[in-house]
Design a protein around this ligand. Structure first.
Ligand SMILES: [Zn+2]
Length: 79
């Protein structure tokens, strides 16, 4: 049997604001049918997509905005 010693480290999670982090994006999704717009960094794009989607699908009245926001753990001190 192999024996191992482990060390533990505190981590703090928060929004990843590094330049190389994934960009924050939003996407509009139709609640009745589940179809969605392209994820975009321009948050207002979703409402334009919803207007077009409503014209093509008059009964689709409810939508949800999905936010893609990168988070990252920052390692702290070793315990
Ligand atoms: Zn729809």
């Amino acid at each position: 049997m192999t024996r191992a010693t482990y060390r533990f480290r505190e981590h703090t999670i928060g929004p990843d604001r590094r330049p190389e982090a994934e960009r924050t994006k939003a996407e509009m999704q139709c609640k009745p049918c589940g179809k969605g717009s392209e994820a975009s960094e321009q948050f207002t794009d979703g409402t334009a997509w919803a207007v077009d989607h409503l014209k093509a699908n008059p009964g689709h009245l409810e939508y949800r905005e999905l936010i893609i926001r990168p988070y990252r753990f920052e390692p702290g001190d070793w315990q």
